[in-house]
Design a binder for this molecule. Sequence first.
Ligand code: PMP
Length: 297
Amino acid sequence: MSKTSWQEMAVYLNGEIVSGSEAKVSVFDHGFLYGDGVFEGIRVYDGCIFKCKEHIDRIYRSATAIRLDIGMSPEDLTSATVDTVRASGLRDAYIRLVVSRGIGDLGLDPRKCSQPSIVIIVGGIVLYPEEVYQKGLSLCTVSVRRNSPTALPPAIKSLNYLNNVLARIEVADAGYLEGIMLNHEGYVAECTGDNILVVTDGAIRTPADHCSLLPGVTRNAVRDLAVKRGIPYSEAILTLLDLYWADECFLTGTAAELVPVVSIDGRTIGTGEPGPVTQALLKDFREIAGQDGVPVY
Ligand code: PMP
């Protein structure tokens, strides 16, 4: 993926494409003041916006949940995204789509903001070193619980990521790259920026959507690949023991793709090496990545 610095990145800002250094939003934007807005992370593989429709659908669902009118149609937002990728000239990239409540006087009431701010950044992202995909990742469980859906539903991909940031601080302090978050009931929810899945006796299980998590586009893509291979896939309520005792474990996410996990809280998972189901799905994933989406060029 590109190593473009942020100053040089192509950015769509309310109808115009500008460079990263010119792309500025107001300090009175409620996205900045209150984290009031929604976002998406999307990948471009070989000039194709991977699962574009799924991401666009999710940002509209997130916006509906917070009663934010994006003010343009999904088709127009898709076209703007395609135009911004084209302006970047990149064939492999990471897209950050942000729709905030927009500029308004101080005070929480969203009615103070008459127009949302729409931002599309096209650049790069590298989450994990290549070694992690070969050898696998070690995880720890953090003490910070994932937001309760009765407070701030994690299924809304909102600009309010402090719950995950607090967890990530704990992960970094403990010397890990990613960590597991439990939900308010103590069941496994997800990682700070990725979904988690296990393989036991040849079947894949992952925490169900009501367990306080963001239902990932990548997780759904992997589900479809598993079904194609005839691997049983189900969503369930999982405890930490279900993870410790699994034969294999892996994470999914737009930036992470599919990451093997070989150790959790000091317990070795399976053989301690990326397992065969994980490796097969990673191979399948890399094969479909450049094909399943909206072409840019
Ligand atoms: N959970 C959280 C909290 C996330 O932020 C993300 C996205 N980085 C995911 C899961 C994975 O979702 P997706 O596969 O749609 O990127």
